[in-house]
Design a protein around this ligand. Sequence first.
Ligand SMILES: Nc1nc2c(ncn2[C@@H]2O[C@H](COP(=O)(O)OP(=O)(O)OP(=O)(O)O)[C@@H](O)[C@H]2O)c(=O)[nH]1
Ligand SMILES: [Mg+2]
Length: 438
Amino acid sequence: MTVADTIVAVATPPGVGGIGVVRLSGPEAQTIAQRLTGRTGLRPRHAHYGRFVDPARGEALDDGLILCFPAPHSYTGEDVVELQGHGSPVLLEAIVAAAVDLGARRARPGEFTEQAFLNGRLDLAQAEAVADLIHAQTAQAARLARSSLDGALAAELEPVSRAIRDLRVIIEAEIDFGETDLESEAAPAIARRADALHASVRDLLERLRPARYFAQGLRLALVGAPNVGKSSLMNRLAESEIAIVTDRPGTTRDVLRSPIAIQGIPVELIDTAGLHASEDSVEKIGMQRAREAATGADLILELRDLTRPETVPAFEFPDDIPRLTVWNKRDCVDERSFPSDTIAISAHTGAGIDVLKQTIVDRLGAGEGGPQRFSVRARHLDGLRTAATHLAAIRPEAPPDLIAEELRLAEHALDELLGHQDHEALLGEIFAGFCIGK
Ligand SMILES: Nc1nc2c(ncn2[C@@H]2O[C@H](COP(=O)(O)OP(=O)(O)OP(=O)(O)O)[C@@H](O)[C@H]2O)c(=O)[nH]1
Ligand SMILES: [Mg+2]
């Protein structure tokens, strides 16, 4: 995007609605809006009524409200004008086309928010939170995204990033004065500070990890031998007869997916074909799909059958995916016949289902009362992991420039999360911390 670009797009969802909004942002937004509406002298942040006319054809397109948000007090930080017309996709497209004729460019997806980030109206995590808020599938997911948008992630990251920078300032100063080793009394103190920073990044990582599921959803695969009741459990959890259930082993062949919510977490529930030794060619394809679905899941629910406890699925469970073993058909056996710490359910009667849901949530550390306070993406966790790795690599006996480099990489990883890459700031800080003559 060049400075001169003015972008335009329909801001309301595709389809028919009571009203539809066309949004313009950029240096020409006001001029283009004036030519479309014939109105000049619009008062900032006031609603004006007007007609929208295609100046090229002199043809009235619609009428509605015009709202003007001059820079920098707008969403994008540039001049923004909103035209609120009737919610007809055809009309809204005609308004956009007329704006394009007048010099605007069609906005790319997310470009208004990108512009807000580039103009410093939002940090990167907030920009991501805008998308998470719009796409939130549950009220809890929306609440967490809202709090990210309010800057909660930045509030957690910035003190850590600042502390890393402070430590680096000290070490860079040593380097600037030609030190090749840290003074013996400085080394233990620096090691202690690096350890403390590593611990705080790891703590942050632990606290943030579960929140990822609220923004991105949790893929929960139901896996087991044939006939243990996977499809029955799917239907029970989805409260709908989605999957075919029969007493014949091998009923489910395809992978079935259903969106549900467990305690505010958006869950994609995945029912799969029963896994056992089979030579049937169709069944083998189904089982291959089942294994693929399981390896792509965030959590595997291995379903077993209390009436046939010896039956296990023909599957090598991946080590890196959390697994929960759940026993079904408890209505068929004596309640005293299984240990109290087993998760025993009945897909038929619904017994134990609430405990199962709670266990799933606890297993992921994602309960309502859990530590998550804002939405988190995989990118954020990756950045924190990178920072933790660099902090863990610091050896006080190493040359100071190596230590400084690890700190720089850790700081960089955190700053990237918020989109801050201002290295002038560090230089300024180093020299401001010097006393004259040293
Ligand atoms: N008594 C009892 N029967 C159950 C329960 N859950 C499932 N069943 C029965 O077990 C049989 C198999 O159920 P499904 O849900 O089709 O089992 P599945 O694991 O999906 O089987 P495949 O798709 O063949 O792998 C059906 O006759 C169900 O009615 C339960 O909790 N109690
Ligand atoms: Mg089934």
